[in-house]
Design a protein around this ligand. Structure first.
Ligand SMILES: CC(C)(COP(=O)(O)OP(=O)(O)OC[C@H]1O[C@@H](n2cnc3c(N)ncnc32)[C@H](O)[C@@H]1OP(=O)(O)O)[C@@H](O)C(=O)NCCC(=O)NCCS
Length: 218
């Protein structure tokens, strides 16, 4: 238990350059308080003490602004920065060394039963305001951009941004725009452009012939 506490505190120093002292971290980081209260709530939940677990989770939400369902499984060294507005659902599973910013929802779509919340791999960053919705996996070492809405499986080592979330980087390489539906080629526009070019060159040719004839008359 003390090992866990020590590594939770270390995770704050590893991820937040603003962290100054252990004293400050222990007393002012609401992300830490939420994780510690969740550990108690989760232990009670596993023993079938569902209501007491929910009461602890609600108290934690009241104190920190972070709502973690007692059923959620959380790995080691999770760092929740700022935290306000974070919601983590009952069947969510979070790996080790994950960073979550304020306003993140790890939730369900409302269409699934049973396992209905995401599984987050190790070393994943979920930026502020992102929503990850559904019972799919976000692969290890992936980044979810601020305010993205992710509705599908994310392979490892990917960066996902936008609504709906799309992969823009994988294994450090930019992913091409082949499926960028806002920039698909338009054959009608291309045809019009070609016709306009033809008309312009015919007009220029006609003008040249007119000038030649005018010179001959003189
Ligand atoms: C996604 C993020 C984690 C960076 O991941 P990364 O793998 O380093 O990705 P990059 O910065 O190389 O960005 C890749 C592309 O996605 C775009 N992008 C990044 N974040 C984006 C976002 N939230 N929304 C839309 N596009 C975004 C970048 O502009 C870039 O596009 P380009 O290749 O056309 O230039 C980061 O941009 C992010 O969202 N950080 C926010 C952290 C946060 O919540 N801070 C709050 C602290 S209080």
């Amino acid at each position: 238990m003390f090992d866990n506490i020590r590594s939770d505190i270390q995770a704050v120093f590893d991820n937040d350059p603003a962290a100054r002292s252990k004293f400050e971290v222990i007393f002012t980081y609401s992300g830490l308080h939420a994780i510690w209260m969740h550990r108690i709530a989760h232990a009670l939940y596993k023993r079938g003490w569902f209501t007491v677990a929910r009461i602890i989770s609600q108290f934690s939400r009241f104190m920190t602004g972070i709502e973690i369902h007692p059923g959620a499984k959380i790995g080691r060294r999770l760092f929740i920065d700022h935290g306000m507005g974070v919601v983590i659902g009952e069947t969510c599973e979070i790996g080790d060394d994950v960073v979550i910013y304020q306003g993140v929802t790890l939730g369900g779509t409302g269409k699934e039963k049973g396992k209905r919340h995401p599984t987050i791999g190790n070393n994943v960053v979920i930026a502020s305001g992102a929503k990850v919705l559904g019972s799919f996996r976000v692969g290890d070492n992936s980044n979810i951009g601020a305010n993205s809405v992710v509705l599908r499986e994310v392979p490892p080592n990917s960066t996902v941004v936008g609504i709906p979330g799309r992969i823009v980087k994988r294994n450090g390489e930019r992913v091409g725009d082949r499926l960028d539906h806002t920039r698909l080629p338009d054959p009608v526009i291309d045809l019009c452009r070609n016709m306009q070019n033809e008309i312009d060159s015919l007009k220029a040719e006609l003008q040249r012939l007119r000038e030649e004839r005018a010179k001959e008359k003189v």
